[in-house]
Design a protein around this ligand. Structure first.
Ligand code: IMP
Ligand code: MG
Length: 192
């Protein structure tokens, strides 16, 4: 396992995204809606970096990739529709992989009465994304590797890490059953 993006690189990358969003939404009513749980830390750091007024909300979506559906198809369930009527909506997610989740939520969001709907992600794996789909903005592109930390999880673990770490899945599986111990061990190793 190794650190792919350090805490400092995340900070400067998110500041860069904030400057672009300020330029794009200057003088406009903006609401950021973050998809839970992965983009919670990203949301918290991004809004504190923004120097324009912004409202934010969160959205819990359930994505099913069941046998009954076509590969990559995602069914999205939204509990409470965010109040974005007459406002510009920016959907925020931790990572864009195939794009199925964000594309489905984006389609749904078109019916919420927002002035515009755009997407921004922390990480983008362009090699894995379905043809023709891309985020409107992103902090970093990464290769096709499995990453955790800064909100991203493997079986609900590692979200707390302050940096993005490339995870060796076989090592992670060996650590199952002693997850807290393993997380702190990982934390001390990636801090070096
Ligand atoms: P998509 O719908 O295929 O774009 O998948 C997006 C979701 O897959 C993300 O919100 C993550 O929950 C998960 N995901 C994709 N790649 C990774 C990864 O490398 N680490 C952790 N979660 C990932
Ligand atoms: Mg996720």
């Amino acid at each position: 396992m190794r650190t792919l993006i350090s805490t400092e690189e995340l900070r400067t990358g998110i500041a860069g995204l904030a400057r672009r969003l300020e330029a794009h939404y200057q003088g406009q009513p903006l609401t950021i809606v973050a998809l839970l749980n992965g983009s919670l830390l990203f949301l918290a750091d991004l809004v504190r970096e923004l120097r324009i007024p912004v409202e934010y909300d969160t959205l819990r979506v359930s994505a099913y990739r069941g046998e009954a559906t076509t590969a990559g198809e995602v069914r999205v369930e939204v509990g409470q529709v965010p109040a974005v009527r007459g406002r510009h909506l920016l959907l925020l997610d931790d990572i864009l992989d195939t794009g199925a989740t964000l594309q489905a939520v984006g389609q749904l969001a078109l019916g919420w009465g927002a002035l515009s709907v755009r997407t921004a992600v922390l990480l983008w794996k362009p090699d894995r994304t379905r043809a023709g789909f891309r985020p409107d903005d992103y902090v970093r592109q990464i290769p096709d590797v499995f990453v955790v930390g800064y909100g991203l999880d493997y079986n609900l673990q590692y979200r707390q890490l302050p940096q993005i770490v490339e995870l060796d899945l076989s090592a992670a599986e060996a650590g199952q059953g002693r997850s807290e111990e393993h997380t702190s061990e990982l934390q001390s190793r990636v801090d070096i």
